[in-house]
Design a protein around this ligand. Structure first.
Ligand code: ADP
Length: 272
């Protein structure tokens, strides 16, 4: 009797252990598949811009090229170099964040200043796509305790995506409201939207919604994951909303308001 009980319990433990091992093997396989996919995407993202850059260089090497064409070539190279630097910065951030090596340089920052920085960064892209960018900032200063550069990175990423995943002529809105749980920054677009079952996984590292439209817009699938980690490091949360494909998207960041006594009084009308 005793022996058979012991046997059963041993059997159960072996079955459980096997199940655990199978599950972790499946997770490892999935991680490895995503990494392979990521490498392919990375190679693609690095290779694609090279053909136009090569054309531009050829043009510049010609004798006495047309000044207008020289300008065009210089602008193109400038744009591609910026986009490469951006990509490399993101990649470096991913490895830093995975090793817990990103530190915030916290100070009391006016949210309006951070948002203005982000808006200025994306403005050329928005203009090029002839999109309408509506900004609704409160007329009093809301302050948060955070890293100005990292917060600007968060909002630049979200605005950048709003423009990238919205067709030319579309509309992007940025609004700031003060709510019970903190300052809420809402970035809404009327672009390609997100399927309901992907609203959470878009924040996972290397995850991209696999539709023909969204893949054709490039990217590495790391921006939102960095965004989420940075927001969390600030004690905030970021969420995605969409009524589905073709219905636009909305991203909301909630950040705790800096407390009175942090050096600035929050939510007070600006002097003057
Ligand atoms: P990337 O844009 O480089 O692919 P992100 O991490 O910034 O990576 O975004 C992950 C995925 O989430 C994107 O590939 C896209 O499918 C989806 N996504 C992000 N922002 C939006 C948006 N505003 N509208 C529609 N889809 C979006």
């Amino acid at each position: 009797q005793r022996l058979s009980e012991l046997n059963e319990s041993l059997d159960r433990r072996v079955t459980e252990r096997t199940r655990d091992l199978e599950a972790s093997e499946a997770r490892l396989l999935e991680a490895s598949r995503r990494k392979d996919e990521f490498l392919a995407t990375l190679a693609h993202e690095l290779r694609n811009p090279l053909a136009p850059v090569r054309n531009a260089v050829e043009l510049l090497k010609r004798q006495q090229p047309d000044p207008a064409k020289v300008q065009w070539a210089a602008d193109l190279i400038d744009r591609q170099v910026r986009s490469f630097s951006h990509l490399i910065d993101d990649l470096m951030d991913v490895s830093r964040i995975n090793q817990g090596r990103i530190e915030l340089r916290r100070e009391i920052v006016a949210l309006n200043d951070v948002l203005s920085d982000a808006i200025e960064t994306v403005r050329p892209m928005v203009q090029e796509c002839q999109q309408d960018l509506a900004v609704l900032l409160p007329d009093h200063t809301l302050v948060v305790d955070g890293d100005r550069t990292r917060l600007a990175q968060v909002f630049t990423n979200l605005l950048n995506n709003a423009s990238k995943y919205t067709d030319s002529g579309g509309r992007i809105e940025l609004a700031v409201t003060l709510e019970r749980d903190g300052v809420v920054v809402t970035i809404r677009d009327n672009g390609i939207g997100i399927p309901p079952d992907r609203l959470e996984s878009v924040f996972e590292m290397f995850s991209q919604v696999e539709t023909a439209i969204s893949r054709s817009r490039g990217g590495l699938g790391i921006g939102l994951s960095l965004t989420q980690r940075l927001v969390q490091m600030h004690g905030g949360i970021v969420r995605a909303y969409s009524d589905g494909v073709g219905q636009g998207s909305k991203f909301q960041v909630v950040l705790p308001l800096a407390r009175a006594g942090d050096g600035t009084r929050p939510a007070e009308p600006e002097a003057g």
